[in-house]
Design a protein around this ligand. Structure first.
Ligand code: DGJ
Length: 729
């Protein structure tokens, strides 16, 4: 049993194979957080807590004479609000009498032998694992607000998931102003925060900063999880590195606006609150109804590598669904960087024909295939083929692509509309935009108001028509702007604060419906590259286009940052042209190859412009990728270079779960003259096993992990090398 309750001490103990989480209900019914960390046996983890007399911190009424008893200094599972805890709060609400306070007292618990689900939202699912759910109920009887805290304890995965249900237990409306998913307290310790910031074409750059006193806020108000701040952070010991040191991961499974607040308080205690952003959020919670927050996936590990491995396994096995979850992903060719909008059947077929000869399996037609779509000014919303470009229609093209022996995939951007489209002319009120203002344009497009039921139905009908009418086995689902003037004409003025979240509830519903109805289709998420690269999207699209930046050298940093939370099987990566279209950089085909092979492999360039030698090299790459895919997508990923090394080179490694095979990769980013040899220590091998290293020599796993491997000197423009390490004894 992974969840235990000690009636006498009123303590809850949650255990996974290597971690433990403890909470305790005090004599007034407040729910304290005691501990989250490595397993501690049966130990009662209330012992480190001593409470001191703290001036200026409020004292609950029943303890008004005890100046040490204050919510302002207790570690809590989910905070009360407006009652003397002045730190970042998990919840804020206003009641019909205008009061804005509630203190939550424990009322009961329930333990289930399966994983809870969250109505309308994706969550980590039970995959036949050892998993239990704990539900803790709390209430404020004056405000009549009840809270249910859900904990999913996945023993083998070493993850604990959390979500919250907020219930209006009264008879009057309650206005929710903030409804975070979790509060996680780290009452002791000095922590660094690793977070993943960026911009379009430069997503998920890992940045590590020591916490200072005050509140650190990372958020997205862009209507998507965003290029700017991924909804994932790591809090780790100052001394933690890849191999050791207490490290906590907090990953929000949500694709819309989010907020992460980490406060290092006056008493040196750290509190992290994470969930839907409260900026512009206001939810009308009518009597008897519930609001469910998105889920947070927590893990605690010894070192950053172990932490990443836990997320990789959980996402691969318990987040991603359907046929493509663990199976082969087709090697694809996408025409975007080959043609942009200037596509036609002849050109596409010529690329497809060449791609087939390389061993490519799927041809993807990107943006520009539908009516009036000659640039980004028009067409979004009208998902019918442009017969000038595709004279034989979609069927004609698909038939020919299929006849070449390739599957067919299609790009769509269903959530968007251009003003210059039949859809917008028929339904101008379907676009999000504020009244009495010119709509905020971005890439000349508007966002459809998916919080509306009619828009939901239109999108379902349109996409299911495409998927049932044509032989399409892959969809690239794009989303190319942030949401700004979020206003729905279908909701009254008092409920505009609900639109963004209602949008995502319907987006998930749409994805859920389509993925169930069309299980043969592989969905690849995309939002101008990796603007919606999050665990929520991964529940429906097993892979996500990682970035619109296809330059392999830029990709090294993007894929490095992405790897902290997300498995390589989720990382959409293609070989593109040199000079690269985003950076103008020249790189060898081999380097573009090994970087793209560390994700879901494909090509995105004009094959008609390549030499026979280049085509021959690509053929070898495709063959190679098919051979190494199981270890790249199913194995363990190790980051071998630090930020200091990466000024010179970036190295990373894959190891199969059974340790019988490994793949060592290096790209030299800055060849140095007369330099010391590049030397790395391998990781994750079986120390007793003998491995063949690139067929050049044989070596014990323990030697490769302690004495390491020295690369030959690699010179020239961004050279690379991939080393095969195969167990022979
Ligand atoms: C942004 C995507 O990330 C690109 O790959 C491409 O599909 C364009 N949109 C098309 O408009």
């Amino acid at each position: 049993m992974s969840i235990r309750y000690n009636e006498e001490t009123k303590q809850f103990i949650l255990e996974t194979d290597h971690t433990c989480y403890q909470m305790q209900v005090d004599m007034l019914g407040f729910l304290h957080h005691l501990y989250y960390g490595p397993r501690v046996g049966q130990n009662d983890m209330s012992y480190p807590y001593r409470i001191y007399d703290h001036g200026f911190s409020g004292n609950p009424y029943d303890m008004r004479h005890d100046r040490a008893f204050s919510l302002d200094s207790f570690a809590q599972e989910y905070t009360s609000f407006g009652v003397g805890d002045f730190r970042v709060t998990s919840i804020r609400a206003s009641c019909s009498d205008g009061s804005r306070c509630a203190e939550f007292h424990f009322t009961g618990y329930e333990i289930k032998n399966s994983k809870y689900e969250i109505p309308g939202l994706p969550s980590v699912y039970d995959n036949g694992d050892r998993v239990q759910t704990l539900i803790l109920s709390l209430i404020d009887s004056a405000a009549n607000i009840a809270v249910k805290l859900y904990y999913g304890v996945f023993e083998e995965l070493d993850i604990i998931t959390r979500a919250t249900e907020i219930i209006n237990a009264g008879t009057e409306i309650v206005w929710l102003r903030k409804a975070s998913s979790i509060c996680l307290e780290l009452p002791f310790g000095k922590w660094d925060m690793v977070h993943f910031y960026g911009r379009h074409c430069m997503e998920r750059q890992a940045e590590r900063v020591p916490l200072f006193h005050g509140i650190h806020t990372l958020s997205s108000g862009r209507g998507m999880s965003s290029h700017q701040h991924n909804p994932f952070i790591i809090l780790c010991d100052h001394a933690a590195n890849e191999d050791s040191g207490l490290s906590y991961g907090l990953m929000l499974m949500y694709s819309g606006n989010h907020k992460i607040e980490v406060e290092l308080d006056q008493f040196d205690s750290t509190r992290a609150v994470m969930g839907i952003s409260d900026d512009r959020f206001r939810w009308e919670l009518s009597a008897g109804t519930s609001f469910y927050t998105p889920e947070v996936i927590l893990t605690c590990a010894n070192g950053l590598t172990e932490l990443s491995h836990r997320y990789h396994r959980a996402i691969r096995n318990n987040v991603v669904r359907g046929k493509f979850k663990l199976s082969h992903r087709p090697v694809l060719i996408n025409n975007w960087e080959a043609t942009y909008f200037d596509l036609n059947e002849k050109k596409l077929l010529s690329i497809a024909e060449k791609a087939k000869k390389l061993g490519v399996e799927l041809f993807v037609m990107d943006d520009g295939w539908f009516k009036n779509r000659n640039d980004d000014n028009a067409g979004l919303g009208d998902w019918v083929p442009d017969l000038k470009k595709l004279p034989h229609g979609l069927d004609g093209l698909i038939e020919k692509v299929n006849a070449l022996g390739l599957e067919f995939g299609l790009w769509i951007e269903p959530e968007m509309v251009n003003e210059d489209s039949d859809l917008f002319r028929a339904h101008p009120d379907w676009a999000l935009s504020a009244p009495n203002r010119a709509p905020m344009m971005s890439r000349n497009q508007l966002v459809l108001d998916l919080s509306r039921e009619d828009v939901y139905k239109y999108l379902y009908t349109t996409i299911s028509y495409l998927l049932s009418q044509y032989n399409i086995t892959y969809i690239k689902w794009d989303f190319n702007r942030s949401m700004a003037d979020v206003y729905s004409r279908a909701l009254p003025s008092s409920r505009q604060g609900e639109v963004s979240h209602r949008y995502y509830l319907n987006l998930y519903r749409l994805y859920d419906h389509l993925t169930r109805e069309f299980p043969q289709v592989l969905f690849e998420g995309c939002a101008g590259g990796g603007g919606r690269f999050d665990a929520g999207m991964l529940a429906y699209s097993p892979q996500i286009w990682c970035s619109d930046n296809t330059d392999p050298i830029s990709r090294l940093a993007i894929q490095y940052g992405t790897s902290f939370g997300y498995p390589m099987s989720a990382v959409g990566a293609h070989v593109s042209a040199s000079p690269n279209h985003q950076t103008g950089r020249l790189t060898p085909l081999s380097t573009r190859g090994i970087v793209a092979m560390s994700g879901t492999f494909g090509y995105e360039l004009d094959l008609d412009k390549l030499s026979p030698e280049e085509l021959e090299e690509m053929k070898e790459q495709v063959k190679r990728f098919k051979e190494i895919e199981p270890i790249v997508h199913g194995g363990l990923h190790y980051r071998l270079s630090t930020s200091v090394d990466s000024r010179h080179y970036v190295a990373w490694q894959f190891v199969s779960e059974d340790k019988s095979r490994s793949l060592l990769n290096i790209v030299v980013t800055n060849p140095l003259a007369n330099s010391a040899p590049v030397h790395v220590r391998l990781k994750g091998l079986d120390d007793q096993a003998v491995y063949s290293v690139n067929g050049e020599f044989e070596c014990l796993g323990s030697s490769l992990m302690s004495a390491g491997y020295t690369f030959p000197q690699l010179t020239g423009d961004y050279p690379c090398m991939q080393v095969d390490i195969i167990q022979i004894k």
